[in-house]
Design a protein around this ligand. Structure first.
Ligand code: NDP
Length: 365
């Protein structure tokens, strides 16, 4: 892997936003106040917002961290100073709706526990703001559909925090799905898991997480199978395994599943909270692609049967934020739309359903 300079990094950002625009995406009707920079408010100042998103704004060219929404007054004081955020752009979960009257916020970015996404995306849409929502976009298909419908009704964009869609290794996998280099995809192995023992955390509580590792990181493996094939699966089969019910009380511990695609391609995946795994293997008619790590903040690493994958190592969140801002500012289709998130939710729901029926095939509608 090359050593990359800041200049390479910045070049890669503009490159990264240039390729592969899916055609079937909704366009927004509301224009931001300023037509060169979008002002973003982060909702939920937890780990991802603190360590990845907020620092990214020091490098973005199309967007600015302009506001915060938090239930923790102590965090608010620190963030106000650190990011120079004025009092008028600070909200809590009760007075959040007043953001509707704040012309200095263009976009609301929801970084809350999964089960809170639905409520806050809908409140943001009703306030007339474009919305970025973290993955998984919701905890059910029904919620995801309601979120899309509310955003459409309000004339605002809904985008999901799929940072990999703005990242060059992933964009190469999408390109390879078209078959010019190695032929069609035949088999995929895509897995993501980590050892999570924190029984008190929201990720371990069904009510706030909507599920276990499948919701949290399995979603990356699902999304990878979709972008590696460029297809949507017809049906899914799945098996759930629990070896430590006292730790993984009301969520699954390990899920294994198979996606069956119209072309005949088949994928096998595992997500777990009881082991570390992070890889993507794609077997084509001729040759293969192998990545590990394949989904985290990087540096991502991979090779194909033709040699090493040599792509720029970039700050995913910077590329994503600037990419999304560009899509809004220039009325381009969204790479990571609400519909993209909904498709993953349909597959997640089908996986849970299949596992609960002893691995029965479940059609994806
Ligand atoms: P954290 O637990 O670190 O942060 C969540 C924040 O939400 C809290 O700090 C808190 O902020 C707020 N909150 C409000 N109500 C609750 C509640 N009842 N319980 C817990 N927190 C609450 O989670 P993460 O930052 O790791 O994850 C947040 C979201 O981001 C998830 O949907 C996750 O899937 C996603 N994520 C995405 C990643 C990616 O790469 N795209 C990576 C990591 C996470 P406050 O104190 O300000 O109110």
């Amino acid at each position: 892997m090359n050593t990359h300079t800041r200049r390479d990094f910045l070049q890669s950002l503009s490159l990264g936003t240039a390729f592969l625009l899916p055609q079937n995406r909704i366009l927004n009707t509301i224009n931001p106040k300023n037509n060169t920079v979008l002002n973003i408010a982060l909702v939920g100042l937890g780990s991802y917002a603190t360590h990845q998103l907020a620092p990214a704004f020091a490098h973005t060219k199309n967007c600015k961290l302009a506001g915060i929404v938090s239930g923790s007054p102590s965090k608010v004081e620190i963030w106000k100073k650190k990011y120079n955020i004025p009092d008028k752009n600070v909200y809590n979960y009760s007075n959040f709706d007043e953001i509707a009257h704040n012309p200095d916020i263009d976009v609301v970015y929801v970084v809350l526990p999964n089960a809170m996404h639905h409520e806050f995306v809908i409140r943001a849409a009703k306030a007339g703001k474009h919305v970025i929502c973290e993955k998984p976009m919701a905890v059910s298909v029904k919620e995801a559909q309601e979120m899309i419908a509310e955003c459409k009704k309000a004339g605002v964009r809904l985008m999901i925090g799929y940072r990999l869609h703005y990242e060059p290794f992933t964009q190469e996998i999408m390109r390879l799905s078209k078959g010019q280099d190695h032929g069609k995809v035949k088999f995929i192995e895509a897995s993501f898991g980590w050892r999570n023992r924190d029984t008190k955390a929201w990720r371990m509580q069904q009510k706030l997480s909507g599920g276990g590792a499948l919701m949290d990181v399995g979603i990356y493996a699902i999304n990878a199978c979709r972008y590696a094939t460029g297809e949507e699966p017809n049906f899914v089969t799945a098996q759930s395994v629990k070896t430590e019910p006292s730790v993984y009380i009301d969520i699954e511990e390990t899920m294994m599943w198979q996606l069956h695609f119209p072309s005949g391609a088949i994928s096998q995946s595992t997500s777990t909270y009881n082991g570390n795994i992070q890889r993507l293997f794609v077997s084509y008619e001729q040759g293969f692609l192998e990545m590990s790590p394949a989904y985290d903040y990087g540096p991502l690493k991979g090779r194909t049967s033709k040699g090493a994958m040599d792509f720029p190592v970039i700050y995913h969140q910077v590329a994503m934020l600037d990419g999304m801002a560009e899509e809004i500012l220039h009325k381009l289709p969204s790479k990571a739309s609400g519909e993209e998130g909904l498709q993953d939710m349909k597959i997640i729901e089908a996986i849970y359903q299949s596992a609960s029926q002893g691995g029965a095939p479940i059609k994806i509608s």
